[in-house]
Ligand binder design. Structure first.
Ligand code: FE2
Ligand code: FE2
Ligand code: FE2
Ligand code: FE2
Length: 396
């Protein structure tokens, strides 16, 4: 399938910035600012167009393994090994999206220091240039909250960069940062402007994705979404596996099975914007909390709707809470407006949510899950034939 990679990267980058904002209490848009700074530094160093694209993509996605890293820390792993994991997983994510030698080491070494005191103990000269640029942009943004930095604070920041040249930062990266970090750049990094600027960073980038790459990409998205909350840990992956399986049950070809898998991986992308406190709340939700949860599917649609080549997948993913009688959300579509794969994903989402453990109910058996689904089908809410097929295909 052909898709516009730049839009996919922006959509994932947006989801990441939202997760990071909540998990770390860091300001959102961090990845975007690192992306803007790296693109500017890459230009000032005169890197090739190809390198610039990969550098910008790597910068936007440099924290893509953040949720996994936090999980490793919660499980008691020491800072250094957990940091290495964050780097290695992030690199794996980038390579899933952009296979090839130009991606090598871009995210893996973004926490290295020129003096060799980073997690992999690499030194200036051994670290890939792109990783050095991401490293300096990342640490400056985290340490100084560049989105709110005042112009009069800039000289102090710049002298700090010079002092750390050859120590924390490579000389090349420090020089590149000094050449781009000025008053004009601060304006671009403000929360009000950052989104518009980022949308112009990457050139149109149509790529043919084979099914292997699509599946790897889907798995990256799943890790970002599912790791956000203990109660959704296996939700997207469970749905993706079942969507693939049902595709097989219906005799679909590999491409379509993988497309179903991707749609399933993306269906709850908007959940990254729902606070975990609401997702994990024990007991009943207030009306306001319920509205916040319902918004997730609208946000999924909003994040995916402009990605060229992803039109069908966006529709299947964002129709998963619609009901055949029009009582679903966000658009209140009715049966005739819901194609087969949209109906299928809606059924699988319900099956998965009913059968998995939630704060408000324990694990349910296949039989108990199917009983509730048959009732919903009888009420005209979900597709009765798909429901019966799922009973056959997923039962033991
Ligand atoms: Fe990082
Ligand atoms: Fe970061
Ligand atoms: Fe959902
Ligand atoms: Fe879901």
């Amino acid at each position: 399938m052909q898709i516009h990679m730049e839009k996919l990267i922006l959509a994932v980058g947006e989801a990441l910035d939202i997760v990071e904002g909540e998990l770390l209490g860091a300001s959102t848009n961090h990845g975007k600012r690192v992306g803007i700074l790296c693109a500017a530094m890459g230009r000032s160093l005169g890197v090739s167009e190809e390198e610039l694209r990969v550098l910008t993509a790597g910068a936007l996605l440099h924290d893509s393994a953040l949720t996994e890293y936090i999980m490793a820390e919660r499980q008691g792993k020491q800072h250094d090994p957990a940091m290495k994991l964050h780097c290695e997983y992030g690199q794996r994510n980038l390579e899933a999206l952009l296979p090839g030698p130009s991606s090598s080491g871009v995210i893996a070494y973004h926490h290295e220091r020129a003096d060799g005191n980073g997690p992999f103990r690499m030194k200036e000269g051994e670290i890939p240039a792109s990783a050095e640029l991401i490293a300096i942009a990342d640490s400056l943004d985290v340490a100084n909250h560049l989105q709110t930095l005042k112009f009069y604070d800039l000289p102090e920041i710049r002298s700090g960069i010079s002092q750390q040249s050859g120590k924390q930062f490579s000389r090349r990266a420090a020089q590149a940062m000094l050449s781009v970090l000025d008053d004009d750049m601060l304006l671009l990094l403000r929360d009000e402007s950052v989104k518009d600027v980022v949308e112009r960073l990457l050139p149109p980038w149509p790529v043919d994705m084979d099914s292997e790459v699509v599946k790897d990409f889907a798995e990256m998205v799943i890790r970002i979404i599912d790791y956000k909350s203990a109660f959704t840990r296996r939700h997207s992956s469970g749905i993706a596996d079942k969507a693939f399986h049902m595709g097989g049950y219906y005799g679909r070809d590999t491409d379509e099975k993988v497309e179903l898998y991707l749609a399933a991986a993306l269906h709850d992308l908007g959940k990254v914007a729902v606070p975990s406190a609401i997702l994990e709340k024990q007991g009943s939700l207030t009306d306001e909390e319920f509205t916040t949860i319902k918004e997730h599917v609208y946000l999924t649609w909003k994040m995916l709707k402009d990605i060229k080549g992803l039109e069908d997948i966006c529709a299947w993913a964002s129709n998963h809470h619609e009901k055949l009688d029009g009582s679903g959300y966000p658009f209140g579509k009715k049966g005739a407006e819901l194609d087969f794969n949209s109906r299928l994903l809606a059924c699988i989402d319900i099956y998965q949510a009913l059968s998995e453990e939630r704060p408000y109910h324990p694990v349910r058996s296949h039989r108990a899950t199917m009983e509730i689904m048959y009732e919903m089908a009888a009420k005209g809410l979900i597709d009765p034939e798909i429901t019966a097929d799922m009973d056959k295909a997923l039962g033991d």
